[in-house]
Ligand binder design. Structure first.
Ligand SMILES: Nc1ncnc2c1ncn2[C@@H]1O[C@H](COP(=O)(O)OP(=O)(O)OP(=O)(O)O)[C@@H](O)[C@H]1O
Ligand SMILES: [Mg+2]
Length: 322
C-alpha cells in the first residue's frame, strides 16, 4: 500500500526551480529519507506534501488526499516536525505540547511524549529559555503527540548532541515498529543509513538516486583505503595509485575500484623504504561516500555544461564536516 505518491512534481519561485520533475512513492510503514545539499529542494518537497506550500505542477497524494485541499482528515493523521517552527516563546514546554495534543483526535500522553524526547526536566520551562537542541526535541514532541500515521521530519536531529540523536533514532525505530510511515530529511548520512528503508538523493530539485542504503552503496563497487603518510614523506612521493586520492583529516583517503592492487602498490612502496603507514585501513564505502560521489558527479556534470556551481566538487572536500 502506498502512503505518499509524488509524480512529476515541480515547484518554482520566480526564476528559481526548487523542485524539478520529481517522482517517488513511499509505502505504508516505510521510513523514507530525502537527502541532498543545502537548497536541493527537500524542505520544499516536504512542505508541499504537508500542505504548507502549493505546487507549480505535478501530482501528489498523501494518505489518499491532495494535501493542497487541506482536509481535516489528513491534518489529523499527519505529524509535522518543521525545519523552522516559530513558537510562542512564552509558553512552557508542557503547555505547548498539550496545546498541540488538543488539535488531534487520537493522542499520546503529553507527559509521556515529553519524557520520550528527554525534556521531562524542562516540562515547566518557557520555550524561550530552551537551548537549541532542547527546542529541536520539543519540535519532535509536537510531531509525535497526535499519534500520527505519517510523520514528516525535516532535519529532526540537527543540533542534537550524540546521545540525544541516538535517543531520537530509537523513537523513530519505535514508530516504524508501530507500522507508522515517516518522511525524513537529514544531512547526517549515518542517520539515513541507520533509519531509512530507502533514500532519495536530490540535487538542484532533481532526483539523482533512489534505493535502499545498501543498494546505493553497492552501486559503487569500490573500497576506501585510508592512511597517514610516514614522517617526512609527502603525497608526491607516493607511487601512482589507481583511484582518487583526497586529504582526509590528518591523512589521506583513496577511493578505488581496485583495492587489492592499490594496497599492493602502497604497502610495497612503504616496505621498500622500511616505512610504516600509520592508520592504514580498508573499508567498504558508506552511504556518505556514495552520497559525496553522487553530489560530486552532479557538480562536475554542471561544470562541464558551463553552469556555475557555488561549491567545489565534494570529491575534493574533506569528509566529516558535520
Ligand atoms: N519561499 C521561498 N521563496 C523563494 N525561494 C525559495 C523559497 N523557499 C525555498 N526557496 C529556494 O528553493 C530552493 C530549495 O530550497 P529548500 O528549502 O527546499 O532546500 P532544502 O533542500 O530544504 O535545503 P536545506 O538543506 O538548506 O534545508 C533554494 O534555492 C531556495 O533558495
Ligand atoms: Mg530544508
Amino acid at each position: 500500500m502506498v502512503a505518499v505518491t509524488v509524480e512529476g512534481l515541480r515547484k518554482t519561485y520566480g526564476d528559481v526551480v526548487a523542485v524539478d520533475d520529481l517522482s517517488f512513492a513511499i509505502e505504508h510503514g516505510e521510513v523514507f529519507a530525502l537527502l541532498g545539499p543545502n537548497g536541493a529542494g527537500k524542505t520544499t518537497t516536504v512542505e508541499i506534501l504537508e500542505g504548507h506550500r502549493r505546487r507549480t505542477a505535478g501530482r501528489v497524494a498523501v494518505l489518499g488526499h491532495d494535501p493542497q485541499a487541506r482536509s481535516r482528515d489528513l491534518r489529523e493523521r499527519i505529524g509535522i516536525v518543521l525545519q523552522d517552527a516559530g513558537f510562542d516563546e512564552d509558553f512552557t514546554v508542557a503547555e505547548l505540547v498539550r496545546l498541540h495534543r488538543s488539535l488531534y483526535p487520537r493522542r499520546l500522553g503529553a507527559a509521556a511524549v515529553i519524557e520520550q524526547v528527554g525534556l521531562a526536566e524542562k516540562a515547566d520551562a518557557r520555550v524561550k529559555t530552551l537551548s537549541g537542541g532542547q527546542r529541536r526535541r520539543l519540535d519532535l514532541a509536537l510531531g509525535l503527540v497526535g499519534d500520527p500515521d505519517l510523520l514528516f521530519l525535516d532535519e529532526p536531529t540537527t543540533g542534537f548532541d550524540p546521545s540525544a540523536r541516538r535517543r531520537a533514532w530509537v523513537l523513530v525505530e519505535g514508530l516504524r515498529a508501530m507500522g507508522k510511515t515517516a518522511l525524513l530529511t537529514t544531512h547526517y548520512l549515518d542517520e539515513a543509513e541507520h533509519l531509512a528503508d530507502r533514500v532519495a538523493v536530490l540535487v538542484h530539485g532533481r532526483l539523482v538516486a533512489l534505493g535502499t542504503p545498501a543498494e546505493l552503496a553497492a552501486r559503487h563497487r569500490s573500497a576506501v583505503v585510508s592512511f597517514r603518510l610516514p614522517d617526512g614523506a609527502e603525497a608526491a612521493d607516493l607511487p601512482t595509485l589507481d583511484g582518487t586520492l583526497t586529504p582526509e583529516g590528518a591523512g589521506w583517503q583513496l577511493q578505488t575500484a581496485q583495492p587489492t592492487t592499490v594496497l599492493h602498490a602502497l604497502t610495497g612502496w612503504a616496505l621498500a623504504r622500511d616505512l610504516e603507514l600509520p592508520a592504514l585501513t580498508v573499508r567498504r564505502p558508506t552511504l556518505e561516500d556514495v552520497y559525496l560521489a553522487l553530489i560530486g558527479d552532479e557538480a562536475a556534470a554542471e561544470e562541464a555544461v558551463g553552469v556555475p556551481v557555488a561549491s567545489s566538487p565534494a570529491s575534493s572536500a574533506p569528509r566529516g564536516r558535520r
